[in-house]
Design a protein around this ligand. Structure first.
Ligand SMILES: Cc1cc2nc3c(=O)[nH]c(=O)nc-3n(C[C@H](O)[C@H](O)[C@H](O)COP(=O)(O)OP(=O)(O)OC[C@H]3O[C@@H](n4cnc5c(N)ncnc54)[C@H](O)[C@@H]3O)c2cc1C
Ligand SMILES: O=C(O)[C@@H]1CCCCN1
Length: 412
């Protein structure tokens, strides 16, 4: 994955760093430094602090901020997936979310169920259905027609479309969750330094991190910088095949206020299959903004995270308008509010949870591909385990860097 010339440059840098440390340091500042206080870095720091490790969480912006991927009021949490390994991770995740609710006395999860709908004979719908059944996830299958409309009013299911509800699913209160996990980390003695951008990393048996305000050293480093993952990894001689996408987060007005409301038991939903130009469309019941339903397209246009406001493509919104007109006739088919969020996408849409291939005390959590929030508690746990040199408590084979062997971005 790395060129020879660059490997040499990194080794030189390491030696320089180790040299500096041996002359100027007598003790370490921290057991572990985590870069990036989004949901993944914050949960990693939380688990490290629970393991009694002296931990520093660095964030480039003043907290809270809305420039990355973890802001906004809501996210979907679900067991409905096409792959077993996500369902397995979700078992423990649900327990850990409940634990955080108890630890911080904060309501973070509202159970609404998740309606999976799409062409019944399509590969994607079948995969969702089979995975739910195989893993004994509680579900309700709904027949198109009177039965479906009685349970889920104001949604049009077309001829040939199937519907299955994952009854364990619901909404996570995202901003609240981020505050809760960061607050609990601090209550355990963890240190958060926000408004401090990491400008350099010197790998070595002691890792040195230079920010806009200081220099810190630790035995291990965790990089969870979301859309800026490659910017940080460039200091370590590694680039991953990640694409940053700007997502238009659209809210659509109810014609009759409350008709798609969480309090009326309207579920989260995902329309799967190839029909909408090859990408899923998903939504959450009206809740955070009264009378507005959040519905998004599961892709967007490529962007630089520092220049995202220059990306003005709205072709996804045209697709969503068509979807709303066709499937959700109780909504005005023009978005009332459009916010922005970023995805960092891998070629197979699975996460990266792994050690750096050349520096075993640098751990990487990246490429959450628009579906990582719900897994924060388990992602944080396994990144913590990797940074402590422990055996991870989940099978991380789907998340290894090795899988990109022939697909990495141009070498540095
Ligand atoms: C519109 C939208 C809808 C989504 N819906 C869902 C959903 O329903 N369910 C779900 O599970 N997931 C969902 N996701 C995905 C989920 O939100 C992300 O996977 C998750 O938030 C990624 O978190 P992160 O910590 O990796 O990244 P981020 O939240 O971006 O955190 C990275 C942090 O690193 C900081 N950083 C970067 N560079 C530096 C530096 N040099 N120095 C210091 N700090 C730095 C950044 O400022 C940032 O705060 C959605 C995402 C979007 C955008
Ligand atoms: O992670 C989720 O649950 C949402 C809905 C489906 C597409 C990805 N984002």
């Amino acid at each position: 994955m790395r060129s020879l010339s660059h490997r040499c440059a990194v080794q030189e840098k390491e030696l320089e760093g180790e040299d500096k440390i041996s002359t100027s340091m007598t003790s370490l500042d921290f057991d572990c430094i985590v870069i990036g206080a989004g949901i993944q870095g914050s949960f990693t720091a939380y688990h490290l602090a629970k393991n009694k490790k002296k931990t520093l969480l660095l964030e480039q912006f003043l907290l809270p901020h809305s420039r990355g991927s973890s802001h906004g009021q809501t996210r979907i949490i679900r067991k409905a997936y096409e792959q077993d390994f996500y369902v397995h991770m979700m078992e423990e995740c649900l327990q850990l979310w409940t634990l955080l609710e108890a630890e911080t006395n904060t309501k973070l999860y509202r159970r609404t169920g998740l309606l999976v709908m799409g062409p019944e004979r399509g590969q994607s719908f079948k995969l969702f259905k089979d995975t739910l059944k195989r893993n004994n996830v509680p579900t309700v299958s709904l027949e198109r027609g009177e039965e479906f409309s009685r349970h889920i009013p104001h949604v049009t299911l077309r001829n040939g479309e199937g519907a299955i509800v994952d009854t364990t699913a619901g909404v996570l209160y995202a901003d609240r969750a981020l505050r809760a996990v960061q607050g609990y980390f601090q209550s355990l003695g963890g240190v958060i330094k926000d408004g401090e951008k990491v400008e350099d990393i010197t790998p070595g048996s002691v890792v040195t991190v230079t920010t806009s305000a200081g220099v810190y050293r630790a035995k291990s480093l965790v990089i969870t910088t979301g859309p800026w993952a490659n910017a940080l990894l460039s200091h370590t001689g590694l680039q991953l095949p990640l694409t940053v996408l700007k997502i238009n987060v659209c809210y659509w007005r109810e014609k009759v206020p409350g008709s798609y409301a969480a309090r009326k038991r309207f579920p989260c939903f995902v329309h799967v299959g190839e029909e909408w130009f090859g990408h899923h469309i998903y939504g959450l019941p009206s809740n955070e903004y009264p009378g507005l339903v959040k519905i998004c397209y599961h892709t967007g246009s490529e962007t630089d995270p520092d220049k995202r406001d220059r990306q003005t493509d709205r072709s996804d919104i045209d697709i969503l308008s068509q979807f709303v007109s066709r499937c959700l006739p109780g909504l005005d088919p023009e978005p009332a509010v459009v916010e922005t969020c970023l995805y960092t996408v891998t070629p197979d849409h699975h996460f990266v949870l792994d050690r750096h291939p050349s520096h075993s005390n640098i751990i990487i959590g990246a490429g959450f591909s628009g579906h990582g929030f719900k897994f924060g508690p388990v992602v944080g746990k396994v990144l913590c385990e990797l940074s402590l040199g422990q055996l991870p408590s989940h099978d991380l084979s789907p998340f290894k860097i090795q899988r990109f062997q022939n697909r990495s971005k141009p070498r540095l």
